[in-house]
Design a protein around this ligand. Sequence first.
Ligand code: NPG
Length: 370
Amino acid sequence: MSLLRAIELRLVAVPLVRPFRTSFGEETVKEAVLCRVETDDGEGWGECVASPDPGYSEEFNASVWLVVRDHMAPRLLAAEELSAERLGEALAWIRGHRMAKAMLEMALLDAELRAAGKSLADRLGAVRDRVECGVSIGIAQTTEELLEHVSGYLDEGYRRIKLKIEPGTDVERVRAVREANPDVPLSVDANAAYSLEDAGALRALDAFDLLMIEQPLPHEDLVDHAKLQRELRTAVCLDESIRSAADARAAIELGSCRIVNIKQGRVGGLLEAVRVHDVCRAREIPVWCGGMLELGIGRAANLALGGLPGFTLPGDTSASRRYFEDDLTEPFVMAADGTMGVPRGVGLGVVPRPERLEACTSRVELLRPI
Ligand code: NPG
């Protein structure tokens, strides 16, 4: 337990090496909210996974800033004692806003663990020293361009390819990639772009020996996902639909998926992510660590989480250079065998490089007790 003295919010923007397009939009720059907490134990960093627009979830960077500044920070800064473990309880009165909560929890965990001289990986229960890396490939302009991207990433060593898909180009693109790479572990991600009525294309994808079809239907449709899963040989994986351990239990019991993508930001923090992992593991549902184009702080957290025993499939835990020429932290580098080390330094194991951080920052606000 410690006393929270200040929360510093920061808006940063770092160019992406190539635009990233999904069925809900395109990003050319990674814009994110970071926070630094000061406690009487020391300081800690957190990164929020929200995007500039509310396309993937209801949250977006401006909403994160406001909800932290006007609703979360005043309560937390007034608390006599606080810990990462107690944060969920202290903020339970605020419905949703999981990405904002997750950022604050990450920063508190980092501060606590640094003070205790312990790594996040140890705190969460990581059993692995290295994780297997997959890569997520945005929707390309043409099939030729997509094939080039796929073979470039395979040459770098990535162990699983995930293709973003949307209605219209899906079957042709996946067929081309599968024909060119018959043995590569391949999955697709629809980001909720289909409905049960137009699931013909999803049935056609069943022929390509995919590892999984991720989030085909809208995020609130657990029942329709269960219907679809019964019709498909390929495993359905849920991402947007799973916002908590309770959601994971419901989805598994309904038969809505056979695989779960875990993103700490989407479920409200690393501690809930561990609970989602535990629910899935107890029911023998494999999980993997999703990605939200994280900068170094968030990437470090994902690597620590990906070290837990139930993470048996390669994650979207790609090397920093897949997204950024010059990250805010020292970059995470993937070995030629397609694996990356779980950070074992104290806390998150990384901190932003001060000069790079300043160069990428467009807005800062320091919140203190009133
Ligand atoms: O490697 O970090 C990564 C990106 C993986 O495809 C990826 N993320 O829908 O899972 C997703 C998608 C995403 C990116 C979602 C950014 C929201 C924002």
